[in-house]
Design a protein around this ligand. Structure first.
Ligand SMILES: Nc1ncnc2c1ncn2[C@@H]1O[C@H](COP(=O)(O)OP(=O)(O)OP(=O)(O)O)[C@@H](O)[C@H]1O
Ligand SMILES: [Mg+2]
Length: 497
């Protein structure tokens, strides 16, 4: 080993202009950047956070103003330093920070000029990072303006609190640098898209008895609970605790109500733009703030079977290293011990959903119940084939002259063979609940009812049993009222010919 104290050394202080530009591209989006700023406000004890935007002016800006404890000038200058705190340091439990970077990296990802004004003990302090200024001077130095009166949003600061102002929004122009109207449209669109993210990421703070209030241009955002706990039809399993060296991991499974048990708007809201299929999975919270969601961490597939399952995982900030939490607080990796436990949770969920699925599947193949379609499972494949023995088909075939029967069955077989499987796949992946059976017109229904009735009555079945059989299969199930009426009329016609 060399003695490192006598080693030759060379200075490699980073070039401010180059490194600070690099800090811009660690992968933030507008929504993750806003969330990182809001994290800081929550850590500072804010109860009210206003997001103000001016998009139509020649100098558009976004301002985030909180009523937290604020910073003195010294604290503010320290906060503006990239790497203001050591990521290895232990943090208080409610602290949502880790790296001492978020304020800077989130801001620079969206803008070239960051101004922070903070007020504490009735004193205001301001500091500015302007990337154009840094590029010119190549210095790690912030500007400290004295006159704060003209800074947008400063009038909104209360007795204590912090204003984070983003100007020179070069990353939010959508390419329309010179077209103010188009540019405003782009920014407003992105803000609208971010709204749902904020409602989801901070919903637990917004649901508290003394709730955190986030206002977007004066409008109060409603919390978005991904587990729909307000809905009485949601099933919540008991919470489990997994004790680890650095704290407890909380795990709780939820089964969302079926979309029929939920108002349409509510269903769409918790499904989001990605839809329910992609929104199932684990919801990982760090200090009650949502880090990521809509993934099973590779432990199972996002399938229709498990579409209504969402599992909440709660971790404290003491486990950041184990979970590889990133600067943006938008990704994490499963520690192996937790992975094993979550595998069990998934097995339980899969067991439960397979059981209900099998029950529904049986209805379709149960020969007693007159299915129109057979579900045939063989050689690892599943096929659906029209049941040519169904009374509606068989009866009609009987009424045909010999020479036409074959052609009729060929037509039915063709319908089965050309089931649009690919289209169904893609529809299933998006919005399975919108796929419904086609309705039939009166004439078709009458023919189906009459032929089914006559076959079953010939088999000497009781009318009560016949009705209960028919009630479970389409097309009768979906048009049950009309079917009942037609049955009654048919029976009456039989009795009084
Ligand atoms: N709104 C605010 N109110 C009070 N103090 C703040 C506010 N925003 C930032 N700070 C102070 O500035 C520091 C730096 O913030 P920054 O977001 O860069 O890092 P962090 O929150 O410590 O960690 P992370 O990089 O994980 O977000 C914070 O630790 C905090 O002390
Ligand atoms: Mg932070």
């Amino acid at each position: 080993m060399h003695d490192s104290s006598i080693m030759r050394r060379a200075d490699v202080t980073p070039h401010a202009a180059a490194l600070i530009e690099g800090l811009r591209d660690v992968g933030y989006s507008l929504e993750t950047a806003l969330s990182d700023i809001i994290d800081n406000s929550i850590t500072a004890g804010a109860r009210r956070i206003q997001i103000l935007t001016e998009t139509f002016s020649d100098e558009p800006f976004i301002a985030i103003i909180d009523d937290g404890e604020g910073m003195t000038e010294d604290e503010l200058v320290a906060a503006m330093r990239p790497g203001s705190k050591n990521p290895l340091a232990t943090r208080d439990e409610p602290d949502l920070g880790r790296f001492g970077l978020g304020l800077k990296s989130a801001s620079f990802s969206q803008c070239r000029r960051l101004t922070v004004i903070s007020r504490k003990a009735e004193k205001s302090a301001a500091a500015v990072w302007d990337l154009d200024d840094v590029a010119k001077r190549n210095e790690w130095a912030v500007q400290l303006p004295d006159d704060l009166s003209a800074i947008p949003g400063v009038d909104r600061l209360g007795a204590s609190g912090t204003l984070v102002l983003w100007e020179k929004l070069d990353r939010l122009t959508g390419g329309y640098s010179y077209d103010a109207a188009k540019r405003a449209e782009v920014i407003n669109q992105r803000l609208a898209e971010s709204e749902r993210h904020l409602r989801l990421v901070f919903h637990r703070f917004m649901e508290e008895s003394k709730p955190l209030r986030i206002l977007l241009n004066g409008r109060l955002l409603r919390p978005l609970d991904p587990f729909a706990r307000q809905n009485p039809a949601t099933i919540a399993d008991p919470e489990e605790k997994l004790p680890l060296i650095r704290g407890d991991v909380g795990i709780q499974s939820f089964t969302l109500p079926h979309h029929k048990q939920m108002a349409n708007a509510g269903w769409e809201d918790i499904g989001g733009p990605e839809g329910h299929l992609k929104s199932q999975g684990f919801y990982l919270y760090r200090g009650r703030r949502l880090i990521l969601h809509g993934t099973w961490f590779g432990l199972c597939r996002q399938s229709e079977l498990t579409k209504l399952s969402r599992v909440r995982i709660d971790i404290p900030n003491s486990m950041d290293g184990d979970w590889k939490i990133d600067v943006k607080k938008s990704s994490a990796q499963l520690p192996p011990v937790v992975r094993d436990r979550l595998k069990k949770v998934i097995e339980r969920i899969l067991d439960g959903s397979k059981r209900t699925y099998r029950k529904r599947g049986q209805k379709l193949v149960d020969h007693e119940r007159l299915p129109m379609w057979h579900r045939i499972q063989a050689d690892g494949q599943i096929r659906y084939r029209p049941n040519i023995n169904h009374p509606a088909f068989a009866d009609f075939a009987d009424s045909l002259p010999e020479g036409f029967r074959r052609g009729f069955f060929n037509c039915i077989a063709l319908v089965g063979a050309s089931l649009p499987v690919e289209t169904l796949h893609s529809d299933m992946a998006g919005t399975a609940e919108r796929i419904v059976a086609d309705t039939v017109d009166e004439d078709t229904l009458v023919q189906a009812v009459q032929s089914t009735l006559s076959v079953l009555m010939d088999a000497k079945k009781d009318i009560k049993d016949i009705m209960s059989m028919m009630k479970d299969v389409d097309p009768f199930r979906s048009a049950w009222e009309d079917t009942q009426r037609i049955i009654a009329a048919t029976l009456e016609a039989k009795e009084n010919p």
